[in-house]
Design a protein around this ligand. Structure first.
Ligand code: ATP
Length: 299
């Protein structure tokens, strides 16, 4: 089966700064895929390239089998690619309902209507006439996701849903994902909150300094492999020796930084990072994941 989204060997730049280096990934229709990685790893850049907000400088993005190079962002919305951007980017002076209706502007047919969005996020119903700028962060995030759904996407790209929100609010927003996927939507979530991402994803891709550092099925990934991929031991980067050393991040620090992680007593591989105990990510156990860019093309 042709994946709904295929990213192949994509480089992307912000001016002189190269943010993506030969990134490849594939997303099957109907799946929930998480892209994780630390600050600046290139997650938002990857979504921007897929959504048509930033051109790839090389490589290919195929959607439903068709190369979308040269297709502008608004046309990609017509095709069914919708980005819910980091920071929400609502129209603060417009009401909740008006913000939602903006999402329906392209008139793409599908199951999502105002009523259905209010059913998904009942907290928005009594706020329909309120200016979006007066809402809490969690309410605004619900509006942003609702606005995205109003475009009836086939592929919904969610950038940093959890950023700056209380854990309970994040949990409520993530609880809506199941309904979104059941509606027929394929979802890519970009997250720094690894525990949250691995909890919902069928497949995870980790970016490190603009490269795919790991991919796999969450249940098959070892916590240590995730931690390494997230913080910076890239095995066998072509032409660069055996590893790119992370900064001076101990795994104890990693455990503290990686949201949803806990510290256990296992010793760590002394050759990788510093001297702390390894962090574990709930829901991640079992066989080793496929680390490093070598398998970047696997779907
Ligand atoms: P974060 O979680 O902090 O958003 P990220 O993984 O989404 O991180 P990107 O935002 O894609 O990472 O950033 C990748 C690299 O590109 C970083 O070095 C960042 O500083 C740079 N970058 C991102 N946006 C721009 C921009 N508009 N102009 C210049 N550089 C940018």
């Amino acid at each position: 089966m042709t994946p709904l989204l295929e990213v192949e060997g994509v480089d992307a730049h912000h001016g002189d700064l190269q943010a993506l280096f030969g990134v490849s990934l594939a997303v099957e229709e109907g799946r929930t895929v998480a892209v994780i990685g630390a600050n600046g790893a290139g997650k938002s850049t990857l979504l921007a390239v897929v959504a048509g907000a930033l051109p790839a400088t090389s490589g290919t993005v195929r959607f439903a089998g068709a190369d979308v190079a040269g297709v502008p962002g608004h046309r990609r919305v017509d095709e069914g690619i919708t980005l819910v951007p980091e920071g929400r980017r609502l129209f603060p002076s417009l009401s909740v309902e008006e913000n939602l209706l903006v999402g329906a502007f392209r008139n793409r047919p599908g199951p999502w209507t105002l009523e259905r969005v209010y059913d998904l996020f009942p907290l928005l119903r009594p706020l329909a006439a309120r200016a979006a700028g007066t809402l809490s962060g969690g309410e605004q995030q619900a509006v942003a996701i609702g606005r995205g759904l109003m475009s009836n996407p086939r592929l919904l790209l969610l950038d940093e849903v959890s950023l700056g929100l209380a854990p309970l609010v994040v949990q409520q927003l993530y609880a809506a994902l199941g309904t979104i996927v059941e509606s027929g939507c394929t979802v890519v979530v970009v997250e720094q909150d690894v525990g949250q991402a691995l909890g919902v994803a069928d497949q995870v891709w980790c970016l490190l300094e603009g490269r795919v550092s790991l991919s796999g099925v969450p249940a098959d990934l070892e916590a240590e492999a995730v931690t390494r991929a997230y913080f910076g031991v890239l095995a066998d980067r072509p032409g660069e020796g055996s590893s790119a050393q992370p900064a001076d991040v101990s795994l104890a620090a990693a455990a503290a930084i990686l949201p949803g992680t806990a510290v256990v007593d296992d010793a760590v591989d002394a050759g990788t990072t510093a001297d702390g105990p390894v962090g574990t990510v709930p829901g991640v156990a079992g066989a080793s994941g496929s680390a490093a860019g070598a398998d970047a093309g696997q779907g």
